[in-house]
Design a protein around this ligand. Structure first.
Ligand code: FAD
Length: 295
């Protein structure tokens, strides 16, 4: 099913999970266990990331197809422009369609670890917008999502330019926006208001990452330009070296954050699971008890 249709007529709110393709056999087995553990939470869809420079191409395809065709959960593949020609990107789209994958989140992608800036392949694409236009210019019926940044993409020339680029992705054919992780809900609500003021009414899904490790979340937020509010930093600092306490605090914070987002009209939550089940399971179970969207 196309995820745009899930947002139109499926459960309200729509909960979804993101996984990444693990490298070794151990990670693979652990992920299958996580998927099995989260299955009874009945996510409306799950998404599978695409590694830097297409490094996980085959594993992304394999995993997204396994989830859709063997586990039976609706799935969305991430696809980036990094290091690929247009023909190679077309080949990936063909393979996805052959595996009956109906949903793709079209991304520019981040530069590989050894490179500072994103440099498009000479026969490739420079922006997510180009990928969306390429796909919509053909006869593919894939449902397209795109990324958005409540705290502005770190390489954007200005917040207004970034907003304009996001809106261009929707006008070109993205039917759902999924946000970068953030911890300050005001950023999300302000961003939604600005997008709506431009006459755009697609679902804008908050991407939420439960905190499980303080150093890791500090690294992620630095890289993606998100902020950790002082009030949250102050709670994290004293438990920084206590793994269980960090996980518990992360769960508490995410429950509060998601409850406020859903009460404020967010159409669902996309959980960045980091391939682990405990936090996502606890947060989603608590939200379903609290039902903040009915407030
Ligand atoms: P774009 O929309 O192309 O934007 C990138 C930058 O270029 C922005 O600053 C934008 O303002 C600017 N820009 C856009 N269009 C133009 C234009 N026409 N002219 C000038 N400037 C322009 N990365 C991965 O490698 N693999 C993944 O699986 C993955 N999944 C993600 C999922 C989500 C939900 C999100 C939010 C991010 C994900 N990322 C992933 C990270 C993403 O690839 C990076 O944030 C990347 O730096 C930007 O991708 P984008 O699609 O937003 O790019």
């Amino acid at each position: 099913m196309r995820i745009a249709d899930i947002f139109k007529s499926g459960p309200d709110p729509v909960f979804s999970f993101e996984f990444f393709p693990p490298k070794g056999d151990k990670g693979h087995d652990a992920l299958l266990a996580t998927i099995a553990d989260l299955q009874d939470l009945a996510p409306s869809f799950v998404s599978v990331t695409y590694g830097a420079g297409g490094s996980t191409r085959d594993r992304t395809l394999e995993l997204v197809s396994y989830i859709k065709n063997r586990v039976g959960i609706e799935a969305m593949a991430h696809l980036t422009c990094v290091g690929a020609t247009r023909d190679e990107i077309s080949g990936v789209l063909d393979a996805l369609e052959s595996a009956s994958i109906e949903n793709v989140i079209a991304l520019r992608g981040d530069p590989p670890q050894d490179a500072e800036d994103f440099v498009p392949h000479p026969d490739g694409l420079a922006h997510a917008l180009d990928l969306i236009e390429m796909i919509r210019g053909g006869d593919r019926s894939i449902c397209l999502a795109a990324a958005c940044y409540p705290e502005v993409h770190p390489q954007a020339s200005s917040p207004d330019d970034d907003l304009a680029h996001t809106i261009a992705k929707v006008r070109a054919g993205a039917e759902v926006l999924i946000s970068q992780l953030f911890f300050d809900n005001e950023c999300y609500f302000r961003f939604v208001e600005k997008v709506r003021a431009e006459g755009i009414d697609v679902p804008i899904v908050p991407g939420i990452m439960p905190i499980t490790n303080v150093a890791q979340i500090e690294r992620f937020t630095r890289m993606c330009g998100a902020s950790i509010p002082d009030s949250l930093s102050k709670k994290l600092e004293p438990v920084r070296e206590e793994p269980d306490a960090v996980v518990d605090l992360g769960i508490e914070h995410s429950v509060e954050q998601c409850a406020e987002l859903l009460a404020g009209g967010a159409p669902g939550v996309h959980f960045y699971t980091l391939n682990r089940s405990r936090s996502t399971r606890d947060i989603l179970s608590r939200l379903r008890e609290l039902r903040p969207w009915q407030r």
